[in-house]
Design a protein around this ligand. Structure first.
Ligand SMILES: Cc1cc2nc3c(=O)[nH]c(=O)nc-3n(C[C@H](O)[C@H](O)[C@H](O)COP(=O)(O)OP(=O)(O)OC[C@H]3O[C@@H](n4cnc5c(N)ncnc54)[C@H](O)[C@@H]3O)c2cc1C
Length: 430
C-alpha cells in the first residue's frame, strides 16, 4: 500500500494497489481483478475524485498514438497522454487544440472528464471538443461511444468524472495549427467591469486576474496571428515576486493588502509575445494553491465577482491569491456547469500554506447566490440534493451509470456521496 496525494496536497489516499498498464490485456486483467478502482491522470483535481482504497490506475504508459481523420478535423488520441504531449504531437502534424486552459500537464481524459476549460466568449470546455470515447468497462471489455454509437453512454461520458469506465482513447476536434499573440497589461478593475462585453468580444481569448485588495487587474488576451519570429518564453504572473508576496502574507496577514498593491505596481509594464498556440496557452503555476471555481450565467459574473471582493475587504479576510475571471460558451452536456448558456467563470484561490476552508465557504455562498455551479474538480460543498436541483439531467446520468457499472466498481466515497450512489444499499447495511 502506498500513499497518493493530489497536486495541491489536500487529498491523500492509501490505494491498496497502483497500476500502470501498457496494453489492453494488462488493463483488462487489472479491471476484472479489482473490486473497486479509480483512474488518475495528472492528479490535478482539488476534490477527491481519484482517491480510492482499492486500485489506482494511471493510463500514462498505455500503448497508442494519435490517428488523424482523413478530413483532419478530428483525432483519436491516447486518453492518458498529458495535454503537453498531445499538443506537441498535434503540432508536429500541423494541428492545434481548439482551446486550452492555464496549464498543460493534465491528461486528456482527466481534462475532459471534469469539463476543464480555457477562456473565450465563444469557446466551450475541452469536454465539448471530445466526440468519441473508447472505454474499458467493468467486465474488462472495450466499448466505443459517440453521437451515432451508444449515444446515451456518449452523452453521460462527455463529462463523466470517471464513472463510466476507463477511457483508453478519446476522439477530439482539432484545428489547423495556429499561432497566438499574448498581451498582458495592467488595467483598472472599474474599466474592465464597465467594458466587459466589448473586451470579451474583441479577442478570441480574454481573461483577467484580480487581487482582492487591488483596484487594478492583470488583463490578458490571446489572439490568433500570423507566425512571427522566434518563440519567447514568458509569464502572465511573475512567480518569483508572487512567491515572496505569498510567503510574507502568510507570515503576516495584515501585510496582504499592501503587498498586493505593491505586486500590482511591479506588474505595470505591458508585455507581448507570439508563438505556436500550444506553447502560448499554458503558463507556469509552480506555487501550490487550493482552488474553488464557480461557473455563472454571463450576465451575473462581474457583479458577483465585485460582491466577493467587497466581502473580502469588508471582513478583512487574509486571501493571498488573485481571483481569475474567464468567459466560456454554453454547451449541451448533461453534467456540464456551462449547459445553461454563455458563462462567466470565477476562480477563487488561496495559497496552500494558508487556511482556506472557512474562506471558501463564505465565498461559495456568494458565488451560489449569483447562480453559479461549481467546477467538479475544484473545491465545493454540493450535496446529492443540490446536484439534482441544479442538474435536470442528473437522473439520466445516474441511470446510464447503473447500466454500465451496477457493481459500483468505478465509484469511490466522494462519488457515492455526491450522487447518493448506493445510498439505499448503505442504509440497509447500517
Ligand atoms: C495548477 C492547476 C491549474 C489548473 N488550471 C485549470 C484551467 O485552466 N481550467 C480548468 O478548467 N481547470 C484547471 N485545473 C483543474 C484541472 O484541469 C482538472 O482538475 C483536471 O481534471 C485535471 O486533469 P488530471 O489529468 O490531473 O485529472 P485527475 O485529477 O487525475 O482526474 C480527474 C478525473 O478524471 C478521471 N480520469 C482520469 N483519467 C481517466 C481515464 N483514462 N478514464 C476515465 N476517467 C479518467 C479521474 O478518475 C477523475 O475523476 C487546474 C488545476 C491545477 C492544479
Amino acid at each position: 500500500m502506498s500513499e497518493w496525494q493530489n497536486w495541491s496536497g489536500s487529498v491523500v489516499a492509501q490505494p491498496q494497489r497502483t497500476a500502470r498498464p501498457k496494453t489492453a490485456a494488462e488493463l483488462s486483467a487489472i479491471v476484472t481483478q479489482s473490486d473497486t478502482l479509480r483512474v488518475v491522470g495528472a492528479g490535478h483535481s482539488f476534490m477527491p475524485l481519484c482517491a480510492t482504497a482499492g486500485t489506482l490506475v494511471s493510463m500514462a504508459d498505455y500503448e497508442g498514438n494519435i490517428t488523424i481523420a482523413p478530413d483532419r478535423q478530428t483525432v483519436w488520441a491516447p486518453a492518458g497522454w498529458g495535454l503537453d504531449r498531445l499538443t506537441a504531437a498535434l503540432w508536429a502534424e500541423g494541428l492545434s487544440l481548439v482551446n486550452q486552459g492555464d496549464i498543460n500537464p493534465q491528461s486528456l481524459a482527466g481534462a475532459t472528464s471534469t469539463g476543464t476549460h480555457g477562456t473565450g466568449a465563444d469557446l466551450g470546455s475541452l469536454a465539448t471538443q471530445a466526440c468519441g470515447f473508447r472505454l474499458m468497462q467493468a467486465d474488462g471489455s472495450i466499448v466505443e461511444c459517440g453521437p451515432g454509437r451508444n449515444p446515451d453512454l456518449y452523452e453521460a461520458q462527455r463529462l463523466s468524472l470517471g464513472l463510466f469506465g476507463i477511457a483508453t482513447e478519446i476522439r477530439i476536434h482539432v484545428l489547423p495549427a495556429y499561432h497566438l499573440e499574448e498581451r498582458v497589461e495592467r488595467r483598472p478593475l472599474a474599466e474592465v467591469a464597465a467594458r466587459l462585453d466589448e473586451l470579451g468580444a474583441a479577442t478570441r481569448h480574454m481573461e483577467f486576474f484580480v487581487f482582492p485588495y487591488s483596484d487594478d487587474v492583470i488583463f490578458k488576451t490571446l489572439h490568433p496571428v500570423a507566425p512571427e519570429g522566434e518563440w519567447k518564453d514568458g509569464k502572465d504572473i511573475d512567480e518569483t515576486i508572487f512567491r515572496l508576496v505569498c510567503d510574507l502574507g502568510a507570515a503576516s496577514n495584515m501585510m496582504i493588502p499592501t503587498l498586493q498593491r505593491l505586486m500590482m505596481r511591479a506588474s505595470a509594464r505591458p508585455s507581448r509575445r507570439t508563438g505556436p498556440a500550444y506553447k502560448i496557452f499554458p503558463s507556469e503555476r509552480s506555487i501550490r494553491f487550493e482552488e474553488m471555481e464557480y461557473e455563472l450565467p454571463r450576465a451575473n459574473g462581474m457583479a458577483t465577482l465585485l460582491e466577493a471582493i467587497a466581502h473580502i475587504r469588508r471582513k478583512k479576510l487574509p486571501i493571498a491569491f488573485p481571483f481569475e475571471f474567464r468567459l466560456t460558451a454554453g454547451d449541451d452536456i448533461w453534467m456540464s456547469p456551462f449547459n445553461r448558456g454563455p458563462g462567466a467563470s470565477i476562480s477563487f484561490h488561496q495559497y496552500a500554506r494558508m487556511p482556506w476552508r472557512g474562506h471558501f465557504a463564505e465565498i461559495e455562498a456568494i458565488l451560489q447566490a449569483g447562480g453559479g455551479r461549481p467546477h467538479w474538480a475544484k473545491r465545493h460543498s454540493l450535496t446529492a440534493a443540490d446536484v439534482h436541483r441544479m442538474y435536470p439531467r442528473a437522473a439520466d446520468f445516474l441511470r446510464v451509470r447503473e447500466t454500465v457499472d451496477p457493481g459500483q466498481k468505478f465509484v469511490n466515497d466522494h462519488m457515492a456521496e455526491l450522487f447518493a450512489i448506493g445510498a439505499a444499499t448503505r442504509a440497509k447495511a447500517a
